[in-house]
Design a protein around this ligand. Structure first.
Ligand code: PMV
Length: 323
């Protein structure tokens, strides 16, 4: 049976950084994100007895290296947990450019998990799919449900899953992404999670995460942008403080990163409803209300050091494409 699934990437408002269990990717703290509409990974899977290994075609290119190994490791976890037999032929493509600071692993492992389990004839519920997607990439757990999503940290595989706290149309927020570098990040999140605990600040960041998540959730529920901006920027700053004070230190910011962050704060002081958040890279994701998004987009395109600007609203859940 061939099955095709689509999943959106997501942007975390409350960040996941560091694991309590690296193998199971149990996170050190709960996190909260918004799926990004219009951007997606589409993945087709067929399980075949006649293959001698998994196969991966990524954006039209046959892969044999690290990308295939990571897909096989995830498929091994699915084979073992769900008693699936055979090898998988996987074809996957993104409709958004790689290296733009949009984490493709979240959408990729969410789409792979849904397509692979459906192609094996399994009908899993959202919670099971989210926990399984987490094994491929932590943030992929959050790309299974739709809209605004909370990932419960949990102490076991079954307890660590994400669920929707509000549908995409609950609040018209837009992520306006200022791309300031097209370079691939030097240190990926997989390694970053492992070094998080070497920062003296990580324990404090983790200790306050549940409180920040509650504040963020309440801001979303009440559509209170000022409260959202405060906690989203604080949480991003805290994660980057941990990164910068890890051993070895991880510095993701470039000079234009800081310039955009400063501009965003100035715009907000002038009345625009916009705030920034950054993942493990130098590009700045500017979260704003729909009415202010066009002004933010135009302002960003005029800033020196900004190479490209992408926009995305709140997106839905991962789903199977008819085939
Ligand atoms: O899922 P990973 O291992 O790519 O980790 C994602 C880490 C951040 O993007 C920096 C934060 C987050 O919560 O998405």
């Amino acid at each position: 049976m061939t099955k095709t699934a689509r999943a959106h990437p997501n942007i975390a408002f409350i960040k996941y950084w560091g694991n309590t269990d690296n193998r199971l990717r149990l996170p050190a703290n709960p996190s909260l994100s918004m799926n990004l509409d219009g951007l997606y990974t589409q993945t087709t899977v067929i399980w075949r007895d006649d293959l001698t290994a998994d196969e991966l075609v990524l954006n039209g290119q046959a892969e044999t290296g690290a990308a295939l190994r990571r897909v096989t490791a995830h498929l091994d976890a699915l084979r073992e947990r769900l008693d699936i037999r055979g090898w998988a032929a996987v074809e996957s493509s993104n409709n958004f450019p790689m290296g733009t600071g949009i984490a493709s692993s979240a959408a990729s492992f969410a789409a792979l998990t849904l397509a692979a389990t459906a192609a094996a004839g399994l009908r899993l519920n959202e919670r099971e799919l989210s926990a399984l997607a987490r094994l491929g990439s932590g943030s992929a757990a959050r790309s299974i449900p739709g809209g605004f999503v909370e990932w419960h940290a949990g102490a076991t595989h079954e307890e660590s899953f994400a669920e929707s706290i509000a549908p995409p149309d609950h609040w018209e927020l837009v992520d306006v992404i200022a791309v300031v570098s097209g370079q691939h990040k030097a240190v990926g999140s997989q390694e970053g999670h492992k070094s998080a605990a070497t920062s003296d600040l990580q324990a404090a960041r983790v200790a306050g995460a549940a409180g920040r998540l509650a504040a963020c959730k309440s801001a979303i529920q009440h559509q209170d942008f000022a409260a959202l901006a405060e906690v989203v920027e604080l949480d991003s700053n805290l994660m980057h403080a941990v990164m910068m004070t890890s051993r070895p230190a991880l510095f993701y910011w470039l000079p234009p990163t800081l310039a955009v962050m400063e501009q965003v704060r100035r715009w907000r002081a002038d009345g625009l409803r916009v705030c920034y958040t950054l993942d493990a890279g130098p590009n700045v994701q500017c979260i704003c209300v729909r009415n202010d998004a066009e002004q933010v987009r135009q302002g960003l395109t005029r800033l020196s050091g900004v190479l490209e600007v992408l926009t995305a609203g709140a997106g839905g859940a991962a789903f199977l494409v008819n085939n």
